[in-house]
Design a protein around this ligand. Sequence first.
Ligand SMILES: *Cc1c(COP(=O)(O)O)cnc(C)c1O
Length: 441
Amino acid sequence: MIKKEPTSASALLAYDKTHVWHPYTSMSAPLPSYLVESAHGVHINLASGESLIDGMSSWWSVLHGYNHPKLNAALIEQSQRMSHVMFGGLTHSSAITLCEKLVSLTPAGLDKVFLSDSGSVAVEVAMKMALQYQQAKSNTPAEHIKTKLMTVRNGYHGDTFAAMSVCDPVTGMHQIFEHVLMKNIFAPAPSCKFGDVWQPSDVKALTELFEHHHHELAAFIIEPIVQGTGGMRFYHPEYLKACRQLCSQYDVLLIVDEIATGFGRTGKLFACEWASISPDILCLGKTLTGGYMTLAATLCTSEVAQTISNGEAGCFMHGPTFMGNALACAVANASIDLLFENNWQHQVHSIEQQLQVSLLPLKAHARVNDTRVLGSIGAIECLQAVNVAVIQKRFVELGVWIRPFGKLIYIIPPLVITKEQIINLVDAMATVLNEDSCFLP
Ligand SMILES: *Cc1c(COP(=O)(O)O)cnc(C)c1O
């Protein structure tokens, strides 16, 4: 029997608390959730009446704000033709146009596009491509095929199994799943910071690991320039250049995970551009649809695609049900068009300038270890971890939506945010820094 749906805000929240999983959350002692009524521009409107300035872009995915007329129109228009058709044996202009845009905008050489549902899946696809490529390429017995991945510590590439196996082994989920995860190889995290003088010694350990392990490495995977979930750490472009050089030298594929950095976030359209490199395989997600729908893409070179296709399997073995979803492709096309119409470089540059003026000086605060800004990302690394439930409540009271994790209080706002709204966000951050209850002892 279907019960009557809960309707009042308190009934909805009560049901949510007892039956609905939220990300990384306990079902027995869940953190509070806030009920959202609507969202418009850079504002998230709660059912309880507060209108919050969004500093998170809904986990770094929103670019042009919520409820954007052009993005809405793209969805409506597409839905009136079809929302989805299977991609096996069928194709459509929204997907083709999107792939054409992605090939032309991403670094040179990435000519083939595989569309999928989410960032983690795009990473799975990238890893499978690398493994199938090495298998197809090798004439050696099965036990000598390159089957491992290498990455750096502090990374994050998603929550599915293959993706987890290249997430940071300490802060990632390795302890829980150790017995079932692929065993991959970890280099130290890049330590030379973006903007500092390059220290070639920063790639010494990495170079040695390539020397020792290249015969078993299918691919090397890394987030370009920004280690996001690992703590918004910005590293030196020379490090990424060295990754490209070592991969080429040792015949290891380079997978660059631009899921968080793609589409302007760091001040370049793709963070690879900071190092003027092209990877063999590139993952995109998050901002791909301007934060409207789930969609991801894995691009690869013709060489990777041809080798896989000429191999024993004769094809690439992956095909999600919702591959090439027409609604998602239509809104992605509209979002990419808006980036250029809105002059994204100017938008990101003015966010960066405002963050430099208002956020960087918080470094002087006694509770702060470091502050850093790159493109539309501003982060405060505290000396203590935050008390999420308390700090979240305070931010809502202060009229902003900021969700810190660990010692990191950061913002990555939609590109359409105004200077005044950035100041509001940073003021709220400065306010909570003064409140002991927002931090764990
Ligand atoms: C968020 C993220 C992912 C995972 O994307 P989902 O859509 O959450 O599966 C992978 N890599 C990076 C760098 C990310 O920031």
